[in-house]
Design a protein around this ligand. Structure first.
Ligand SMILES: CC(C)(COP(=O)(O)OP(=O)(O)OC[C@H]1O[C@@H](n2cnc3c(N)ncnc32)[C@H](O)[C@@H]1OP(=O)(O)O)[C@@H](O)C(=O)NCCC(=O)NCCS
Length: 183
């Protein structure tokens, strides 16, 4: 089979996977490490917040695909604060894992740490929660597998993810109602 056909078949399977067997949160673990270069920073040598946000979205997207084994899209990113600056030469490590899944949506927790390589000094620079939705072959939201939380940390994150989900839905409903009243 030529490479193009093999790729096409693999992609087709990816788009139509219907395996909804519950999966362990830990199986979605994703770690990205990138050294910050000139292209990531402004003239003063500080890394752009958008560079970090892009890495966060990428790591979270990979974790979501590992869990759902299908195409996913970012639907929301909760407030993200930058706790410390990042400089050219720093090693940025982004860790992502699925916290919880509902019908078609998943919450992914992401933590960003930075190491100043020569000194080995590390610092926590950001954390975020993102919501991804699994899509079917027509680009419509489709079911994703439930999450099995095993460790105490995973159980805590799953319980907190459920509270955040309720809050997002309340906010979305309230904003929708305010928009209809204003029309
Ligand atoms: C994702 C998308 C298909 C969802 O469409 P929709 O009409 O809102 O679909 P639904 O109402 O069925 O919602 C699907 C799921 O998303 C969740 N959701 C929708 N809007 C949300 C929001 N603002 N925050 C959190 N979750 C949200 C719903 O709760 C639902 O989850 P559930 O099935 O687990 O209960 C649509 O919003 C979309 O295409 N967005 C653009 C995504 C994209 O292009 N991202 C890349 C950014 S460039």
């Amino acid at each position: 089979m030529d490479r193009q056909t093999a790729f096409g078949r693999q992609r087709e399977r990816f788009l139509v996977s219907t395996d909804l067997t519950p999966r362990r949160a830990a199986d979605s673990t994703t770690v990205l490490s990138v050294v910050m270069e000139l292209v990531h920073a402004n003239n003063a040598g500080y890394v752009h917040g958008g560079t970090i946000m892009r890495l966060v979205d990428t790591a979270a997207g990979i974790a979501a695909i590992k869990h759902a084994r299908r195409r996913v899209v970012t639907v929301a990113m909760d407030d993200m604060s930058f706790l410390a600056p990042v400089y050219i030469g720093d090693l940025v490590t982004v860790r992502a894992m699925v916290n919880d899944a509902h019908r078609t949506s998943m919450e992914i927790g992401v933590r960003v740490d930075v190491e100043t390589v020569p000194s080995g000094e590390t610092r926590h620079v950001a954390s975020a929660h993102l919501v991804f939705v699994g899509l079917d072959e027509n680009g419509k939201p489709t079911r994703v597998p439930p999450v099995i939380a095993e460790s105490d940390d995973e159980k805590r994150r799953q319980a907190q993810a459920r509270i955040r989900r309720e809050q997002r839905l309340v906010r979305k409903r309230a904003l929708g109602e305010a928009a209809s009243e204003a029309r």
